[in-house]
Design a binder for this molecule. Structure first.
Ligand code: PHE
Length: 515
């Protein structure tokens, strides 16, 4: 289409020397949009084959209302036809209204004004006053439709007063377009020599490059959109944490199951079944499938966990309640990644039972957990935990603090505080706080402790092995490190995804010196 239009322009110039008005030319072509013609002109202009000069051109167009009158006749004509059809009996205003709706009122007024109809004051009925009329209004509208493209042409066919009347009745409106006058350019020719954009291997081999015309470089052309965007800051921080933990000698745990049985999420951790965290207020329970498959869990381990809860053993008196198998099989969205640590430690215990050699282990994971929380600036119902587990002999709280100091030093947070805490599965337990400069307060970034023997012994781990462990939030340290005051700016449905896509780089301010 574009190529054809270019030939139309060139042929026209060849035959007539110039084009006075591109709008006019477009209207003379079959189904030709003026914008497309302008496109063709610009392309010829770039090749210097034509020169153009823009000018504003006024035009008149029919309003939507007027379009319908061109089809059905003006309101006054419609009213006249209706009244005439009623003969001597005439019609009432109500009849007209019912038959002609929107156009009844204005049509009647005009028809009266034109003396096409008369109203009998007594019967209140209108009858025709003349035998036949000409719908002049419709003819005027047709003229606008035919010549309106060019205000000057229209002026020659319709006098201005009538046009202004139509405008007052809101039947026509004025528009303005940029039209072009066109004349031959220095490179004018009726055929368009296609310039090559690229030098090809073939041109070099055949030597045709020598007499090929190449397109000139356009240094002002907009370059290709490179896409840009960046990884979500949490993904970046996750990658950084992962790297640090790997460098510190930790192995990654498989955390690809979001759904766990209460057994692995709570019971295996020696968390009693009536513990408030196991309430629907804090935990998302699954309705489908509601329960885990009992046969997937090692039966004798299942029994030892039950026994440990009910009556204890190995020096512990247990929790002393009736442990429910049904409760333990309830599926939950894991509330912490410690549900994975429990399975890893169970495997480690089983390994020990098999070959009676204990191999120290350092595990970590960074993945998603779910809690039925009330959302606020520092709480989300879905967030990420950085879990760590170290199993070895002679471990104590000092090792745990040492690991935190080292880990946080590497991510640039040196302002840490530790506070005694309580977990059903660790003793002692310790919360970790980091100072948030924006919120100007200490924010809890994690929880930790030494796993209790009630948890480790049923798994089969040797009694002289300690396991120190922790769960950190991924979001909280990220907020501290990068000065994010509201956790919802970092993760969840309020994150501005468009920004991630359009920002060329991930701007993470306040990054302190790192190793
Ligand atoms: N699971 C605990 C939490 O979600 C963190 C933790 C892990 C504490 C391991 C102690 C030991 O808060």
């Amino acid at each position: 289409m574009d190529a054809d239009l270019r030939s139309v322009v060139l042929d026209h110039l060849e035959q007539r020397g110039s084009i006075d008005d591109s709008v006019q030319l477009a209207s003379e072509q079959q189904a030709c949009d003026h914008n497309k013609l302008v496109g063709a002109l610009k392309s010829l202009q770039a090749l210097e084959m034509v020169e153009t000069e823009a000018f504003e051109k006024k035009s008149w167009v029919l309003t939507e209302e007027a379009e319908s009158y061109v089809a059905k006749g003006t309101p006054e004509k419609q009213v006249f036809d209706h009244v005439k059809a009623a003969g001597d009996e005439g019609v009432t205003q109500a009849d007209l209204q019912a038959a002609l709706r929107d156009v009844a009122k204005v049509g009647f007024a005009k028809a009266m004004q034109n003396k096409w109809v008369v109203l009998n004051k007594e019967t209140k009925r209108a009858t025709a006053n003349v035998g036949d009329i000409e719908d002049e209004g419709k003819e005027q509208l047709q003229l606008v439709a035919r010549w309106g493209g060019n205000a000057a042409d229209l002026a020659a066919h319709l006098d201005d007063k009538k046009l202004q009347d139509l405008k007052k009745r809101k039947l026509v409106s004025q528009a303005s377009v940029t039209a072009y006058a066109v004349r031959k350019g220095p490179q004018f020719s009726t055929t368009i020599a296609k310039k090559e954009a690229d030098l090809t291997q073939e041109m070099i081999l055949k030597g045709t490059w020598n007499n090929t015309e190449f397109k000139e470089y356009n240094f002002f052309a907009a370059g290709k959109d490179l896409g840009g965007g960046h990884l979500h800051p949490l993904l970046k921080v996750r990658a950084e944490f992962r790297q640090i933990l790997l460098l510190m000698g930790f192995e990654e745990m498989p955390t690809n199951n979001w759904v766990e049985s209460s057994f692995w999420n709570f019971d295996a951790l020696f968390q009693p079944q009536q513990h408030p965290a196991r309430d629907a207020h804090d935990t998302f329970f699954l309705t489908h499938p509601q329960s885990a498959d009992r046969s997937k869990i090692d039966g004798s381990y299942f029994e030892s966990v039950k026994r440990m809860h009910e009556e204890g053993g190995e020096g512990s008196i247990g929790w002393r309640y009736e442990w429910s198998e049904e409760e333990s099989l309830k599926n939950v969205l894991r509330t912490h990644t410690t549900a994975v640590s429990s399975q890893m430690l169970y495997r480690l215990g089983q390994q020990y039972q098999k070959d009676r050699v204990f191999t120290p282990k350092k595990y970590f994971s960074i993945d998603r957990v779910f809690r039925n929380e009330t959302l606020d600036a520092t709480h989300l119902a879905e967030f990420h935990q950085v879990e760590g587990v170290v199993a070895d002999k002679n471990l104590n709280l000092g090792h745990l603090i040492g690991i935190f100091k080292e880990f946080f030093r590497r991510i640039g947070i040196t302002n840490l505080r530790f506070k005694p805490a309580y977990n059903p599965y660790t003793e002692p337990s310790m919360e970790i706080f980091g100072f948030h400069p924006l919120l100007n307060k200490w924010v809890e970034v994690g929880n930790s402790g030494i796993f209790r023997p009630e948890m480790l012994l049923p798994m089969g781990l040797p009694p002289d092995v300690q396991v120190i462990a922790w769960g950190l939030s991924l979001e909280r340290p990220t907020m501290i490190q990068y000065n994010v005051a509201n956790i919802r700016d970092l993760f969840g449905h309020k994150v501005d995804l468009a920004k991630l896509k359009t920002n060329p780089v991930c701007w993470l301010g306040n990054s302190q010196e790192q190793t």
